[in-house]
Design a protein around this ligand. Structure first.
Ligand code: HEC
Length: 156
């Protein structure tokens, strides 16, 4: 019986070591890719810092990785969150969205903040959550930007 446990532990160790060789691609294209979004939607100062530290890790082409991102299977898990987050909302490709899509994304943005869904719980555990004041700031900003895109659409 003891021998079986040893064999299982050894196999688990081998699997863990081999896992380390499969490294997901890093999401590190730099913050230049978010400039179009920030200029168009008047993001600056406190708001820029807030988005950068609480949202861009999963919603832009630049992630600041924690140390455990180097270790599988945590690296797979982070990579999944980033890819999934970017698929739904990616500020680095903002210029490829239509005015309608931008308006819709900002609508979802407001909903996510209001419902406390974003940032993901697994993220706030280490990075801290956003405060009520910060929520209000994000929502106010998004509402103003929505009006602009809606105006743009009505002029088409
Ligand atoms: C740890 C990664 C992570 C962080 C950080 C994060 N998100 Fe997300 N976000 C996701 C994932 C994954 C999804 C897609 C799945 C889902 O909706 O839960 C998503 C979806 C979204 C969507 C699209 C929802 C929809 O209905 O398609 C919006 C908008 C959004 N997030 C906004 C934000 C904002 C704003 C912040 C910062 C306050 C933020 N997220 C922080 C991972 C993240």
């Amino acid at each position: 019986m003891k021998k079986i446990i040893k064999v299982i532990l050894l196999l688990a160790l081998v699997a863990f070591v081999f896992m380390q060789f499969i490294r997901p691609d890093k999401n590190e294209s730099g913050y230049e890719t978010v400039k179009v979004f920030e200029t168009e939607t008047n993001v600056n100062g406190t708001l820029a810092t807030l988005l950068k530290t609480k949202c861009y890790d999963c919603h832009s082409n630049q992630t600041v990785y924690p140390w455990y991102a180097e270790i599988a299977p945590a690296s797979y898990w982070l990579s999944d969150h980033i890819n999934d987050g970017k698929k739904h909302f990616n500020v680095s490709v903002w210029s490829s969205y239509s005015a309608e899509k931008k308006d819709h994304k900002l609508d979802e943005f407001i909903e996510m903040i209001e419902e406390g869904e974003m940032p993901l719980d697994s993220y706030t555990w280490l990075h801290g959550d956003i405060t009520n004041d910060e929520k209000e700031m994000l929502i106010n900003w998004a509402q103003i930007q929505r009006l602009r895109y809606q105006k743009e659409m009505s002029e088409l």
